[in-house]
Design a binder for this molecule. Structure first.
Ligand SMILES: NC(=O)N[C@H]1NC(=O)NC1=O
Length: 174
């Protein structure tokens, strides 16, 4: 998709297309629409990142709370967004055995107890062993460092989702 096509999209179409590049946060694409014209895809990412970084800590934590747990209840009940379903599937979260599901459940609960928001990681860039290891390691961070770390993961997820929309025929890697 040419950047000129993106720049010509009316607000409603833009939000319909890009509304879930940050999970369940269409407000972000709604805000970024007014930054048009974009130079290129990377420029859309820059505006999204600037918007996220301009938020107070409560806003950043709100973004994190919009993310479903990895291998959590939404996955088990089939209520993930299509993007999240594909990402979790790619990371092997849809084929865990019951012991692995229980382990993820316990680690996710411990993380949420400690930080007050869910563990977020770019599933498409990690396999299940990476995810379990990082969940355990990041539990040792303090809340401020972990908030920033998790927001960096949101930006990676966003970047891959944007590429999937704008460059769907190209195998995308960060
Ligand atoms: N909790 C969490 O990391 N969720 C996600 N990560 C990802 O890549 N897609 C998600 O839904």
């Amino acid at each position: 998709m040419d950047i000129n096509v993106v720049n010509a999209l009316p607000y409603e179409e833009f939000v319909k297309l890009f509304g879930n590049v940050v999970e369940k946060c269409p407000l972000i694409s709604a805000a970024v629409w007014s930054c048009r014209p974009f130079k290129d895809l990377a420029n859309i990412e820059v505006h999204i990142a600037e918007f996220i970084h301009s938020l107070p800590d409560s806003g950043k934590e709100g973004i994190l709370r919009c993310h479903p747990d990895l291998a959590g209840r939404d996955l088990q009940s089939g209520t993930l967004t299509q993007e999240s379903q594909e990402e979790q599937s790619q990371a092997g979260m849809t084929t865990l055995d019951s012991a692995e599901i229980l382990k993820m459940y316990r680690l996710n609960a411990e993380y949420k107890d400690r930080f007050g928001f869910p563990f977020v990681i770019c599933a498409r860039l990690n396999n299940k062993a990476d995810i379990v290891r990082q969940l355990s390691e990041r539990l040792k961070n303090d809340r401020a460092a972990e908030r920033e770390r998790a927001i960096e993961e949101v930006k990676k997820i966003c970047s891959l989702r944007l590429r999937n929309i704008v460059l769907p025929d190209i195998q995308t890697k960060l």
